[in-house]
Design a protein around this ligand. Structure first.
Ligand code: ADP
Ligand code: MG
Length: 232
């Protein structure tokens, strides 16, 4: 469960998020859509405890900056941040040790899924952008988080990884997790989203449930709502 209540984030005088509120339930996949600069990464960074903001955010009922909230959060940032001098395997070990979790084979299963198992001794700096992105996804999931946030996760991925990731989103939902995905790739989320939040100029201009689209595709809704300026 993720609750965002009346969150405003200013960079100096510029208002990047203006009184944003939304809830995502357990076993729900929400997509966050909006043009470049709409404020998607900003609200995600607020949720993940990386920015100061006005308002209130809770994860699983815990304030977002508490240890309890951090334990259940998985976050894939828009830019993969890998350590130059840790190997692929060491990245996952580092995550597991940070969360004080014993490896039950999840790390290797994730690496295999994203075709990184044969790269496990490569250093972070030796990885391509796509491989770094895949490692970033593995790191975000290895501690089995129950609130998982992906910021433009498909960028730079090959078709195999995109397919794996889409399956993973659905598996996460089946396992009861709360999933938030910011993306521009509307057709890649078309088949499994539950809720869509469309953001423009720091505000939500529309919220839709998958059962309430009058048969319109996400792409139709996106252009209708972001280019007309209306509120659905
Ligand atoms: P999105 O992810 O939807 O493309 P962002 O949340 O990254 O948008 O950015 C929203 C707005 O906030 C943009 O106008 C961007 O220029 C501005 N912004 C983002 N980060 C900063 C920052 N650190 N300092 C000042 N302005 C920022
Ligand atoms: Mg962004």
């Amino acid at each position: 469960m993720l609750c965002v209540k009346n969150v405003t984030k200013k960079y100096g005088k510029f208002i990047a998020n203006n009184a944003v509120s939304f809830d995502i339930a357990d076993s729900e996949i929400a997509v966050l859509l909006g043009p470049n600069g709409a404020g998607k990464s900003t609200i995600i960074k607020c949720i993940c405890g990386l920015l100061r903001f006005e308002g209130e955010i809770t994860l699983g009922g815990f304030p977002n900056k508490s240890l309890e909230a951090k334990k259940i959060l998985g976050y894939v940032p828009e830019m993969p941040a890998v350590y130059d001098l840790l190997t692929v395997r060491e990245h996952l070990e580092f995550m597991l040790r940070s969360y004080k979790i014993e490896d039950d084979g999840t790390a290797d299963r994730l690496l295999e899924r994203f075709e990184l198992l044969d790269k496990k001794d490569k250093l972070g700096k030796e990885l391509s952008k796509g491989m770094q992105q895949k490692l970033s996804i593995c790191c975000a999931l290895v501690h089995k988080p129950s609130v998982v946030i992906f910021d433009e996760p498909m960028v730079g991925l090959d078709p195999h990884a995109i397919k794996q990731l889409k399956e993973l989103f659905v598996e996460l939902r089946e396992s009861g997790a709360t999933v938030l995905i910011s993306t521009h790739m509307l057709d890649s989320v078309e088949s499994y989203w539950d809720k869509a939040y469309i953001m423009k100029d720091g505000r939500f201009c529309a919220e839709k449930s998958a059962g309430d689209t009058d048969g319109k595709s996400l792409e139709d809704l996106f252009f209708e709502l972001t280019e007309s300026g209306g509120r659905a």
